[in-house]
Design a protein around this ligand. Structure first.
Ligand code: AMP
Length: 176
């Protein structure tokens, strides 16, 4: 399924460190019909259009913005620390080594917002789960999460589903 899109994703071994197979979507973006098909199929895989799409910095902005445009909904940016100019709400989350933080504008969502989370890839799910927690802490309903790529062996999609989030992804790379 989606083998045409899979063929457009470049794998760079041992980046950013030995043992990691980096799934590089820049080659997919270079292909106009492939990029358009990616957005069409992400849109087809989700249910009713949400009120907002939440894109995760940075590659989630690319797919999230295009998907928001197609669905006619707004876009909220989940950004790295200290990037947003207004009043923010944020959440710290654990990485393999150390921790990170994502933030959004405190007034970006309201308790009646239905929000779809978007990123290029889900691996362990740490980033996406932090996004879900951040959106929920602001009162929003997370209607689902949509990715181009799933690395199922790292368990992130399963973790998101266990947290009550419907997950869709176009391409899975097993064994990563
Ligand atoms: P995680 O929080 O472990 O689910 O990691 C997801 C985030 O890290 C996404 O924003 C991805 O862009 C990036 N990422 C993690 N693993 C890879 C990989 N093997 N190839 C490309 N990007 C990755």
């Amino acid at each position: 399924m989606n083998d045409d899109l899979r063929a457009l994703i470049r794998t760079i071994p041992d980046y950013p460190k030995p043992g990691i197979q980096f799934r590089d979507i820049t080659t997919l973006l270079l292909d106009g019909p492939g990029f358009a098909a990616t957005i069409d199929r992400m849109a087809a895989a989700i249910g009713p259009a949400p009120d907002l799409i939440a894109g995760i910095e940075a590659r989630g902005f690319i797919f999230g913005a295009a998907l928001a445009q197609k669905l006619g909904c707004g876009l909220v940016l989940l950004r790295k620390q200290n990037k947003l100019p207004g009043r923010v709400t944020g959440i710290n989350y654990a990485l393999e080594y150390g921790h990170d933080r994502i933030e959004m504008h405190a007034d970006a969502v309201t308790p009646d917002s239905r929000v779809l989370l978007v990123d290029d890839l889900i691996a362990t799910g740490g980033t996406a789960l932090a996004g879900v927690e951040l959106l929920r802490s602001a009162g929003a309903t997370v209607s689902g999460a949509s990715f181009v790529i799933d690395l199922p062996d790292l368990g992130g999609a399963a973790r998101l589903r266990a947290a009550g989030v419907a997950v869709s992804a176009l391409v899975a790379f097993e064994g990563d």
